[in-house]
Write a protein that binds this ligand. Structure first.
Ligand code: F6R
Length: 248
């Protein structure tokens, strides 16, 4: 696992966008797995800017969302299909047929199986971009004593529900479950970038930096099993007491 320090979220967004652009320059039809949430917003803004200045072409890129709330229609402002469309896809020349999202309205077991099959047919991601939850979740792989390897439905952990409540209006019923790529699906990616920014992530990043074991109660630790993971953490998320280097 390589650690790279970014000065702030915007710097981090530029670094991640640059990796994506390089990936697409090498392989224009690359399959990329994308996260939602606050962390990747500067990355999407930077990708849109790269597109507008002619640095990158998304016309052959295949994009897969990492996860989705169960039961939210794709036009719901908090659905992850909507998020990716609104913050990224609609601003660039990605082709509709190359956008893959989980079917939030289908039976979750079936939706998960169908998505895993689509990933398999497509050859799994060339690049997966990930965020991390304060409990170490990756995608919506929540801490559990046994982890489902592939795409699966999941009950959201109380800390995830609390963290994501900020996106919903007060009193609005928030989804309690989701469908997510499994750690096994994610680990099939050729390259993985993990993004963390903000003080709220310093504790979880310190835990990840110090860990030497794979612990299903801390799903991010499965990333130790992959040989090409780059962590990009900004100054606020950087583990306290660890030297902040351009690369470590
Ligand atoms: C979302 C996802 C989650 C988030 C994580 C961090 O698609 O996969 O794992 O990356 O919950 O969310 P933020 O960035 O909002 O702190």
């Amino acid at each position: 696992m390589r650690w790279i320090a970014a000065e702030n979220p915007s710097d981090q967004g530029c670094m991640a966008a640059e990796i994506i652009c390089r990936c697409l320059q090498k392989k224009p039809d690359a399959l990329i797995a994308f996260p939602t949430g606050s962390t990747p917003l500067p990355m999407y803004a930077s990708l849109v800017a790269c597109y507008q200045s002619g640095q990158v072409d998304f016309s052959r890129m295949r994009g897969f969302n990492l996860d989705e709330y169960a039961g939210l229609p794709p036009e719901h402002p908090q659905s992850y299909a909507f998020f990716l469309w609104e913050n990224f896809y609609r601003h660039v020349n990605v082709q509709q047929q190359n956008i893959f999202v989980l079917d939030a309205l289908a039976d979750p077991v079936q939706a998960a199986a169908d998505y895993e099959e689509k990933l398999k047919q497509a050859g799994y991601p060339d690049l997966a971009i990930l965020g991390i939850g304060i409990n170490g979740h990756i995608g919506f792989n929540e801490p559990a004593s046994v982890q489902e390897a592939f795409c699966h439905p999941v009950q959201l952990a109380p800390e995830t529900l609390a963290a994501n409540a900020r996106f919903f209006s007060p009193g609005e019923k928030t989804p309690q479950s989701a469908v997510t790529m499994g750690m096994g699906s994610i680990l099939k990616s050729r390259k993985i970038i993990l993004l963390a920014s903000g003080k709220g992530k310093a504790k979880v990043m310190a835990r990840l930096k110090q860990m030497t074991q794979i612990d299903p109660m801390f799903p991010a630790s499965f990333l130790f099993l992959h040989r090409d993971v780059t962590v990009i953490a900004d100054r606020d998320a950087w583990p306290q007491g660890e030297m902040m280097t351009a690369e470590s």
